[in-house]
Design a protein around this ligand. Sequence first.
Ligand SMILES: [Zn+2]
Length: 384
Amino acid sequence: MDYLQIASQYKEPSIKGRYIHLDTILPILERLRLHIEITYIEKSVQGRNIHQVQIGMGKIKILMWSQMHVNESTTTKGLFDFFNFLSSDSDLAKQIKDKYTLLFIPMLNPDGAFLYTRENATAIDLNRDALDRTQPETQLLYTVYNEFKPDYCYNLHDQRTIFGTTDFDLPATISFLSPAYNVAREYNEIRLKAIYVINRMNAVLQNYIPNQIGRFDDSYNINCSGDYFTSQNTPTILIEAGHFKNDYERDRVRNYIFIALLCSLDAACENVIVDKELTNYLNISQNNKCFYDFIFKNVKIIENNEEKIINFAAQYDEELYEGHIRFVAKIVKINDLNNFKGHVEYDCENGLYFSNGLHFPNIGDHANFTINNLIEINNGLIII
Ligand SMILES: [Zn+2]
């Protein structure tokens, strides 16, 4: 089956880029309401509606939520593509709706979505609020969980561009985790059920993004929702959308989220891997913090009248600016970059650095400079 073709076919055209908030999704929800059951179930701290989408009448119940961290919008785009697919009359969509009851909360944190922050309006990280449940958004998630009693949970996030796959030096475009249920990080039947689903997703995705799939660290924190739900005996799958070369808007990566969701529910993918579930899971490359957006190599600087050759790295800050996300490249590390790669790398061939009257960079500076007064780098990129 050509999953990528299906992802393209059902891509929701009215939602793209990184700044996805309630006003972006409301018109689509209105349109989808003709085909699927959509309710708003609770209000956020600032009184915005949190929506719930229910599809299917099957026995197996799955609860999925996205934008708990709201600058992490790729999985919301993937969900809306998936809603288009599920509301179509394709045979596969019908099979899935017969087998599963799917409950989605496609934007758990609508206040933060406007502000483009990780946290909610009271500056609380909702993924560290599982046990205390101090916030209405977290309380809502747990009320839905308790009433719906899902057989599985999918906890949908984005990860930063710093993550790559160990041994491959490639970006971790999609990463998975079956969260731990105890400090010892033991594997039990509940985790193995999540692992089985992850292995199915991984087996298919490797065809599209070989060696760009990562496995997240399973350090235990009961205040993280995935760890909490696993400890409550619900297999939970953490999915992180990551970087694909040049896809900072993540409109390509959303396809892989769609594929992960679809193949996890497609009966045709069952038993792709029949044994050695844990071994196969542990064979997924570990997520590794090994990337910067830019690395500049062999740069001559003059500091305290001394000439030196250095390497330095720059990373994009994401800033909300006039209704869209602006990527601003800033210098974040000087030297000690042996174990790092840049999504973009430049060999400056011992050319002399110059910026703002100085021949050396400082941490926090914008990546705007010249080399030998000849090559101009603006916002991390060479201007030709
Ligand atoms: Zn997150």
